[in-house]
Ligand binder design. Structure first.
Ligand code: SAM
Length: 246
């Protein structure tokens, strides 16, 4: 895949960032809101005094939550100019910062950060192990990483479902590699890895595995919509892993 545009560029195609952010912040109809975010916030734990790095930060909506919870600093990185603009708007007047950069190029001196987060960005990265190794190297001892990706059940195969999803076909599961999808009005490339691949990449990079979650829906976030909850109980959409630097 050398020479292929990196993941951030997808969000700079006309209307993609706008469409994505509209969907992302649509409340109970957003799977991020009812599935990914509750698990992510539970796994974050105490952030007071921590220097936080967020890879593929998008509009950096999480920054305010982290700053309000007392983190010492927040740096978001994103490869999309449109997303960096949105993040700059969200961070205006806060102590948070955002920079435009590709995840694949990340490097920082040892002990630069205490907590790395990345939400739904690592499945855009072809080779995740060098990235995880660089993140391990930039964390302070005892530092943590918490990240989410689109669930491998979904990235394995395109079932062709474009509307409300109630079931999914899993196929080519053990074939690691790129998958093209029609998504958010464009063609995106995601990189499929199995759950095992993610765990092995994390532990080979020097992290001890702290948690693995499949982000089951959080009933309290459905505003009483029982049908939507029932639908979300059918197919896993997100995988969360967290690890610690010894
Ligand atoms: C699905 S969005 C998630 C945004 C944000 N983390 C959230 O949860 O709302 C994925 C983000 O990752 C960024 N991204 C994808 N591939 C990237 C790469 N290789 N380097 C830097 N950013 C990337 C995109 O620009 C986009 O903002």
């Amino acid at each position: 895949m050398t020479g292929t545009k990196r993941g951030g560029s997808f969000y700079d195609a006309p209307q993609v960032a706008e469409r994505y952010l509209g969907h992302r912040h649509s409340g109970a109809s957003s799977p991020n809101h009812v599935m990914e975010e509750p698990a992510f916030l539970e796994e974050l734990g105490e952030v007071t005094g921590l220097r936080v790095l967020d890879l593929g930060c998008g509009d950096a909506a999480i920054a305010q939550v982290l700053l309000d919870a007392g983190c010492r600093s927040y740096l978001g990185l994103d490869g999309s100019a449109a997303m960096v603009d949105a993040a700059n708007a969200a961070l205006c007047g806060t102590a948070g910062r955002v920079e435009m950069a590709d995840i694949e190029d990340f490097s920082a001196p040892p002990s630069s950060f205490d907590l790395v987060v990345s939400r739904l960005a690592f499945h855009y990265v072809e080779d995740i192990e060098p990235v995880l190794a660089a993140l391990h190297g930039c964390l302070s001892p005892g530092g943590r990483i918490v990240f989410t990706v689109v669930h491998p059940v979904l990235t394995s195969h395109d079932s062709g479902v474009r509307d409300k999803r109630t079931s999914w076909v899993v196929d080519d599961y053990f074939l690691q590699g790129p998958r093209e999808r029609e998504w958010m009005g464009g063609t995106v490339t995601w990189f499929h890895r199995t759950i095992e691949d993610y765990v092995v990449a994390l532990t080979r990079s020097g992290f001890s595995l702290s948690s693995l979650r499949e982000c089951a829906p959080c009933e309290a976030r459905f505003a009483g919509d029982a049908d939507e909850l029932a639908r979300r109980l059918r197919v896993p959409l997100f995988l969360l892993l967290s690890g610690m630097r010894a």
